[in-house]
Design a protein around this ligand. Sequence first.
Ligand SMILES: *Cc1c(COP(=O)(O)O)cnc(C)c1O
Length: 227
Amino acid sequence: MIKALAMTPLQDLSHRASELIASLSPHVTLVAAAKTRTIEEIRTVVDAGVRVIGHNYVQEAEAMMTTLDRKIECHMIGHLQRKKAAKAVEVFDAVESLDSLSLAEALEKRCERMGKVLPVLIELNSGEESEKTGVPIREVFELAKGLGAFPHLRLVGLMTMGPMVSTPEDIRPFFRLAKECFDTLKTQDIPGSQIEQLSMGMSDTFRVAIEEGATWIRVGTALFGPR
Ligand SMILES: *Cc1c(COP(=O)(O)O)cnc(C)c1O
C-alpha cells in the first residue's frame, strides 16, 4: 500500500516546480535550465507553471521546441558561438549570454533579415575570472553602447554566473556588483534599450540573488534533481 501512495518521479517533479514557483514573488521569473533533461521532464514543469526554458545548446533547444506542443518562452543561457547565431535567432525568444560585439553583429544581421527584434542580455563576468564566459565590468558599457547601433537587438538587461562558491553567502558580493552594474546601465542612454532584467542565481544561490535584485533566476538541479 505504501508503494501505491508514493509519487512517481514526474509527479514529484511537478510538485517541486509548483512549490518553487509559488514561493517566488511575482516580479521574479523562474527560467528552468533544461540541459540534459528529457522532453517529459520539460512538459511536466511547463504544466506545473514554468513559462521560460533556458538552453545551453542551439540544437538541443531546437529539437525540444519542435517536439514541445506548448507555447513557452525559450532563452539561450549558454555560450553562443557566432556561427550558430543565425539558427539561434530562429529558435530563441531571448539571448541572455551576449558577450561580444561580433556576436551581436551576427545576430543583428539575421534579425534584420527575419524582421525580428531580439531581446538580449549582456553576460557579465562578475568574478573577473579569465577562464569564465562573459565580459568584465570595464567592457560592459562599451559593448552596451555598441548595441545601440543595432536596431534589431533590444538590450533588456544583464546576466551573470558568478564564481563557484562553497556557501551561497560567498556569492553575494558578486551579485551585488552585478546589481550596481545593472543600475548604472539603466542610466546610460542606449538607443532602443529597455533595461529591466537582471538574470542571476542558480540552484544553490537563487535566494541570495533575489535578495540582491535578480528578476530572472536560472534553476536546474533544484528543480529537476541532480544531473
Ligand atoms: C546549468 C545552468 C544553470 C543552472 O544550474 P543549476 O546549478 O543546475 O541550477 C544556470 N545558468 C546556466 C548558464 C547554466 O548553464
